[in-house]
Design a protein around this ligand. Sequence first.
Ligand code: SAH
Length: 231
Amino acid sequence: MIYLFLTHDPPGLNHERNYQRKFSQRRNELVEGIREKGIGDEQVLMAIQAVPRHLFMDTALERKAYEDTALPISCGQTISQPFTVAAQTELLEVKKGSKILEIGTGSGYQAAILCHMGAEVYSVERHEFLYQNAKKLLSTLGYRATLKLGDGTVGWSAYAPYDGIVVTAGAPVVPEDLIGQLKIGGMLVVPVGSQKSQQMIRVIRESEESFREEKLQNFKFVPLIGEKGWG
Ligand code: SAH
């Protein structure tokens, strides 16, 4: 009897292992899909392979977690499509120790990806419920991001300047305060346009006074709401 207990896992544990294996398999497929869509940065792909996206949403949506789509979270917001997260992260050119500011913590998934890549992460969210949830989840998973509740359209001057700033909501214009919080050589990645569709813009700070702007693909984000956003 005792022998049996020592050699067989309880059925619950087996079930849990299969469950995790299934998610890991789906993440592999997701990574391959994102690679085919044009993401080549292996560090980004490895982070998507590693971070359990299904934990960043309601359990009722778990089975969709590794489809390449945006999904609803609370407060009428969304967790971005994995391809979008990968594209924005690739544009940031994150290195180990890069200091990155994210505007729009939402579920905390993008922040987790950045932490996994070894960045020092700061993130601002305007909805208290999302801020509290993300704070709890990131800490439970061992991702050390510094979060703040507030209006991110004005950046987070206390920790500036940053190597990279990523805005995960759609802005009407490039938020000026954010470019002022970039290091020289630093980059701001921000979707800019109407509330229906935005073009991804990357602004690179070349010197104290000069900035280069690159215009990239179109995306669809929830609106950036705040002093320097949509009212
Ligand atoms: N990066 C998130 C995506 C969330 S959607 C993720 O990985 O899940 C965009 C988020 O931006 C929403 O949670 C929304 O509440 C937040 N947001 C919109 N305007 C903001 C502002 N001015 N400051 C901070 N957060 C803002």
